[in-house]
Design a protein around this ligand. Structure first.
Ligand SMILES: [Zn+2]
Ligand SMILES: [Zn+2]
Length: 408
């Protein structure tokens, strides 16, 4: 069957399932659970997928709310990166969780794509495996890092995600920065700050001398680097020399290899603070380290065509300068991956994480985008499942990515 005919079938199936996908979108929105606590959301999604005949494996990656649901058999194995964690700090009293990043919308668009593909698989239109990858805690922990480290993506041939975004433009080649999250703790000696200052070892001094060191370092980093820190413990009373002080830092760069060097330089600044004051210093990573996004031109170009066929307008495939960091980056370093940002069409300037964006992740506008995202992903997966040349290309890319990862 021609690809165009397959697309037509997919459109019919999507239309038939549309209401169901909207329900999934609304239900995860209503649960609004924070990262690592998405027990109802993940249970609901697993149940829904099992009802469709998917085989569920859970938990995976050492994370209680991570799971994998698959349908079909053999290669290629195409993974849809579902997310379902919400953010805190919304509502009138700012004490409610909300899906201001639209992860409910991602949970639903991946679900819809899997459901459409399942039915096409049943009609013998392709062979391969459809994988719904339940990835928890994107906002807080970066659950995909644990999943990558646990080998959850080792057998995956391609991975995709469509994230929601503010505005009308859809970006297919957004980059993200590699990031290390580092905490430094200094242990000094307390004494009376006026009566016996000579007996004290000032842990807070060590802390801000480190800030001075990092500020000097800034002159000698590449323009993509971002280093930002806060003091999380700076002592308790001015008349007591602080015996304990600590700071937390995000160190970012466009490339993991360079970031590894840069983080070592920041650690050396912290050592300098310790040497200058005589305080003892210890450090640790307090969150997962993310890799930079590795763009895949094959998937970007193919997705642009699929999105056009799905009715998405204003598609931008140019490389975007990186702004933040994402755990999708780690996935992109073990398998060819595409991460898109689909403009949902609001014109009020509201962006993800803002309270005023919440109305876009459900409702008429959110659902209209949802259906285009379902179709875009189903179309791209159909191309991968039915195009032997593309499969070969992706397999070669996977080997190249893994070799580059091992060498960095
Ligand atoms: Zn977010
Ligand atoms: Zn997000």
């Amino acid at each position: 069957m021609e690809l165009n005919e397959l697309y037509e079938l997919a459109r019919e199936l999507e239309a038939a399932g549309a209401e169901h996908y909207e329900e999934v979108c609304q239900q995860i929105y209503d649960y609004a659970e924070l990262g690592e606590q998405e027990f109802q959301s993940s249970a609901y999604l697993k149940e829904q997928l099992e009802a469709l005949g998917f085989t569920v494996t859970a938990p995976i990656g050492g994370l209680p709310t991570a799971f994998r649901a698959e349908y079909g058999s053999g290669h290629p194995k195409v993974a849809f990166l579902a997310e379902y964690d919400a953010l805190p700090g919304y509502g009138p009293l700012k004490d409610q969780n909300g899906h201001a990043c639209g992860h409910n919308w991602i949970a639903a668009n991946t679900f819809g794509a899997c459901d459409v593909l399942r039915q096409l698989y049943d009609r013998h239109h392709f062979t391969g495996t459809i994988v719904y990858m339940g990835c928890p805690a994107e906002e807080m922990l970066g659950g995909k890092v644990n999943m990558v480290d646990a080998g959850c993506f080792d057998d995956i041939d391609a991975a995709m995600q469509i994230h929601i975004a503010g505005g009308t433009e859809t970006k297919l080649a957004g980059q993200s920065l590699a990031i290390d999250s580092v905490e430094f703790t200094y242990h000094g000696v307390s004494s009376h700050a006026a009566g016996a200052p000579e007996r004290g070892v000032n842990a807070l001094d060590a802390c801000y001398l480190m800030f001075d060191g990092v500020n000097a370092l800034r002159q000698h980093v590449t323009p993509d680097a971002r280093i930002h820190g806060v003091i999380t413990n700076g002592g308790l009373a001015p008349n007591v020399v602080p015996a304990l002080a600590s700071s937390r830092w995000f160190v970012r760069a466009a490339d993991r290899k360079y970031l590894n060097e840069l983080t070592q330089k920041v650690i050396n600044c912290a050592r300098g603070g310790a040497m200058m004051t005589g305080a003892e210093m210890e450090w640790r990573y307090f969150e997962n380290s993310y890799d930079n996004m590795k763009l895949n031109r094959t998937l970007i170009d193919a997705m642009a065509e699929c999105m056009k066929a799905a009715g998405v307008e204003n598609i931008n495939t140019a490389e975007e300068a990186p702004r933040g960091s994402s755990d999708v980056g780690n996935v992109a370093w073990v398998t060819p991956t595409i991460a898109c940002n689909m403009g949902i069409g609001n014109t009020d300037g509201a962006e993800c994480h803002e309270e005023s964006f919440l109305c876009n992740v459900i409702g008429e506008r959110g659902f209209a985008g949802l259906h285009k995202a379902v179709l875009s992903q189903a179309f791209l997966a159909l191309r991968i499942f039915t195009d032997a040349d593309m499969q070969k290309e992706l397999a070669g890319q996977k080997q190249a990515i893994l070799a580059e990862r091992a060498a960095r």
